[in-house]
Design a protein around this ligand. Structure first.
Ligand SMILES: [Zn+2]
Length: 417
């Protein structure tokens, strides 16, 4: 009987075609004074984690170009980072004064150090240098993203709905035995570097970043992350954040994305869970539906279909063809069916994405040859978020230097070991 259906095919079409300017993440090893990334497989594992976000994110970020911002004037700035030790001192990357950050690009300084946490990472800070110019300063802090923080009338806007860093820093504990494999999650009994790299990249992108200029902080209230999509993904409950930075260990399982050997829709805690080292004991811990929902909530524009191909599987049950549709929170799916390829009609109800692989049984049964198309439609674009006032912020949240503010570097300390 199933031979009758072998000519069935599944096509895909997408209503909303996002501008496909993939993000580029450039890693810099200048701060890796202990040679952490000279270990075999370390840079490859880091690039593997970055590639996921490069394929996913389609924001168009302006370049940070000190020489090119205004012809004839050389503008200036310094990236800053937190020294990865007890002092936690903010240091200017002096050798990187006037760092050029190309459009659609993040630059991330990485290294290994003897730190107390498993790893730490976050968006870098900004030391603004004369000559003063409001437009130039805004390019540094928001890269042309309207929802990200703006500097107007000598103060920062609040209630951000977007986040646009120049990049940041990520440091990994050099006293830990790491597994740098990207294919074998139980190799050499080490802690999976790939899993921790996904997590730290999440911080650089703004997940867990408590700052008056972050869009994450806009959405923190009552110890929970109030993003609309993250709540929907988390069984319609705003996810708890025991430290206001990471997902609680008590959240229900989320659903994995198909990376690093994981199948779409497997049960796993979100990659931003507080005890990252306890995630996925014999599997890589990968980004989940919840993490992706939160990235959207804090303002990133994502092309999810580039990491979750809209390619449904097709089964033949005893009485009907069954489609298996990989879904994502925030996206609705409609099966279109045709028996002659001339006109497709909607079949069955709209399928509400939830991170799982959902099934649809063709009610027409095995009576005729059929063709199927899946149409996906973003349910929230742009993402609607509730705007909350930042809580417990000091009146002056920024240190001032020559009457111009600096933006602080932030590094979340992650994991026990
Ligand atoms: Zn963390």
């Amino acid at each position: 009987m199933s031979n009758f259906f072998t000519s069935s095919f599944i096509a895909l079409s997408v209503f909303l075609i996002a501008p496909s300017s993939a993000l580029e993440i450039i890693f810099r090893y200048d701060l890796d004074t202990e040679g952490f990334f000279e270990q075999e497989g370390a840079t490859e594992a880091l690039e593997t984690a970055a590639e996921f976000f490069e394929n996913l994110i389609v924001d168009e970020l302006e370049a940070i170009d000190p020489a090119g911002f205004q012809p004839g004037t050389q503008f200036s700035w310094q990236p800053t980072y937190l020294e990865p030790n007890q002092s936690n001192q903010e240091l200017p990357a002096i050798s990187e004064t006037d760092l050029l950050v190309p459009a659609d690009t993040l630059i991330i300084f990485v290294g290994g150090r003897r730190i107390s946490a498993l790893a730490q990472g976050g968006p870098g800070g900004i030391e603004f240098l004369p000559p003063a110019n409001t437009g130039w300063f805004n390019q540094l802090i928001n890269r042309g993203e309207a929802g990200a923080t703006q500097f107007i009338n000598n103060s920062f806007t609040t209630g951000q709905t977007d986040f646009a860093p120049w990049g940041g820093t990520m440091f990994f504990n050099s006293n830990v035995t790491w597994n740098f494999s990207t294919t074998d999650p139980i190799a050499n009994s080490g802690i999976d570097f790939l899993s921790v790299a996904f997590h730290e990249l999440g911080h650089v992108l703004g997940l867990g970043i408590l700052s008056p200029t972050s869009s994450w902080q806009t959405l923190i209230e009552n110890g929970r992350f109030q993003g609309a999509l993250a709540s929907e993904s988390n069984q319609n409950s705003a996810p708890q954040l025991p430290d206001l930075i990471h997902w609680s260990t008590f959240l229900p399982d989320s659903r994995t994305l198909p990376v690093a050997g994981r199948q779409h829709g497997e049960a796993q805690h979100g990659m931003m869970r507080i005890l990252i080292s306890a995630l996925g004991a014999d599997q890589f811990a990968v980004p989940t539906d919840l993490d992706i929902a939160a990235l959207r909530d804090i303002g990133w524009e994502l092309e999810v279909n580039s990491v979750v191909p809209l390619e449904p599987g097709l089964n033949f049950g005893p009485s009907s063809p069954q489609l298996m549709i990989p879904t994502t929170t925030g996206i609705n799916y409609q099966v279109m069916r045709s028996e002659a390829l001339d006109s497709f009609t909607s079949s069955g109800p709209m399928i509400i994405g939830n991170g799982a692989v959902q099934t649809w049984d063709d009610p027409n049964g095995l009576i005729a040859r059929a063709f199927y198309t899946i149409v996906s439609q973003e349910t929230v674009s742009p993402v609607s978020v509730s705007r909350l006032s930042p809580k417990n912020l000091p009146e002056t949240a920024f240190s001032l230097k020559e009457n111009w503010p600096s933006l602080p570097a932030i590094q979340c300390q992650c994991g026990e070991h």
